[in-house]
Write a protein that binds this ligand. Structure first.
Ligand code: FNR
Length: 337
């Protein structure tokens, strides 16, 4: 048997040497005003040496007002490009491909000033109440995603992922729990999808590489979006030539989530089947055998690994050993791999 996990995959013009993706994870370690720090070089390049196929950089803010924390990476200024470019070069030197996740926190932002959201509803009792976005602010934010995508291109990233999950700004527009607007950006699911649709359109004006979108495919609330809504969103994104839906869950409201091995895979499987889209599976995928099962049963096209890669930067090697695959070592490690 050839392990699917270690078979290359080509998405548009980009070939990944295997199907292991380092899931985007905020490291709260930026320097100054959203700049890459020495930590980021060590952290991300280690996973490239560890033979991850695609290293995805953490949620990176498209505006300062959209930072999840003041230590988030930013891509809201041309000055951010230089550090990101150096990081991309460092990762690529070890054969991994690079992606960046572009995000805006909306009502979940920690910003020392006004925060914005589709409606003026706070996330929870402890959170600041956001200002309802004006038409102008909607247009400006869409433009900020476009500028961020252009800067991502300048930095040399292979893939861009739009963060539309975990209850951040785009997710706030998609969900009826947080979007109570009565203009063309709220109400029906077609209207709630409009903000994301316009972001995808404007990003595509400047970005012709693979485009992924991360969604929360379960809001864990009977009044929130349901699977048929997510299938609708994914099908619309397919029409817009989005290449992959990265299927996470939760974060729109504060509610407990039952977490178990592979707890989000069924969402990836359903969306893949019904929207006929490539998908990524994520969430407590910790062994090579588990990852291989998901791929062989066509429940996802890519495997995103988060915390297990924090614990073990060589997880790809561990998974390859489990699946009896011989993984070529980084040239420097050829005597002891
Ligand atoms: C995350 N996660 C996350 N998700 C995302 O879309 N953007 C992000 O920036 C972050 N940041 C982040 C930081 C840290 C420290 C953790 C642990 C997680 C979620 C992450 O990408 C992944 O979806 C979950 O951790 C579930 O996968 P694992 O960790 O069970 O493999």
């Amino acid at each position: 048997m050839t392990a699917k996990l270690f078979t290359p995959i080509t998405i548009k013009n980009v070939t990944l040497k295997n199907k292991i993706v380092m899931s985007p994870m905020c490291m709260y370690s930026s320097e100054g005003d959203g700049y890459i720090s020495d930590f980021h070089y060590t952290h991300y390049i280690s996973r490239a040496i560890g033979q991850v196929g695609l290293v995805m950089i953490e949620a990176t803010a498209v505006t300062k007002q959209g930072q999840i924390s003041t230590k988030d990476l930013g891509i809201y200024d041309d000055e951010h490009v230089q550090g990101l470019k150096k990081l991309v070069k460092g990762i690529k030197a070890y054969g991994a491909r690079t992606a960046i996740q572009l995000g805006h926190a909306g009502r979940k932002a920690i910003f020392d000033g006004e925060i914005i959201a589709p409606s003026s509803i706070a996330f929870d009792q402890e959170s600041k109440t956001p200002k309802k976005m004006s038409m102008n602010e909607i247009t400006e934010t869409i433009d900020a995603f476009k500028k961020a995508a252009f800067r991502s291109k300048l930095a040399g990233f292979d893939i861009v992922e739009i963060h539309a999950a975990h209850g951040y700004l785009i997710n706030q527009f998609l969900s009826p729990l947080s979007n109570k607007r009565n203009d063309e950006y709220g109400g029906t699911r077609k209207n709630r999808f409009r903000f994301l649709k316009e972001i995808i359109h404007s990003v595509k004006n400047v970005w012709d590489g693979p485009l992924f979108v991360r969604i929360s495919a379960d809001e864990y609330d009977p009044d929130g979006n349901q699977m048929e809504d997510f299938i609708y969103f994914a099908s619309e994104m397919k029409k817009l030539d989005v290449d992959l839906i990265d299927c996470s869950t939760g974060g729109v409201i504060r509610t407990p989530i039952n977490i178990y091995p592979g707890y989000q895979i069924r969402h990836s499987e359903t969306i893949k089947e019904h929207a006929k889209m490539a998908t990524g599976a994520v969430g407590l995928i910790t062994t090579g055998i588990q990852a291989e099962e998901i791929l062989q049963n066509e429940r996802a096209d890519l495997i995103f690994v988060g915390r297990e890669l924090l614990r073990n930067p060589y997880w790809s090697k561990t998974a390859a050993d489990e699946l009896h695959v011989k993984l070529d070592p980084p040239q420097q490690y050829s005597r002891g791999w």
